[in-house]
Design a protein around this ligand. Structure first.
Ligand SMILES: [Zn+2]
Length: 46
């Protein structure tokens, strides 16, 4: 009864992408900062 959600976290510092399979909750940190969620199909950079 667990709905797993694929979330890809992206580090804007080193460019590391980490895929997590969890049902929400928790944050991922890299390079001392919180990683951002990379949306599907989104390939834009600020
Ligand atoms: Zn990083």
């Amino acid at each position: 009864m667990s709905s797993r959600v694929n979330r890809i976290y992206f580090c804007r510092h080193c460019g590391t992408e980490v895929e997590f399979l969890q049902d929400g909750g928790g944050h991922v940190h890299c390079c001392g900062e919180e990683m951002v969620i990379k949306k599907e199909g989104s390939n834009g950079e600020e």
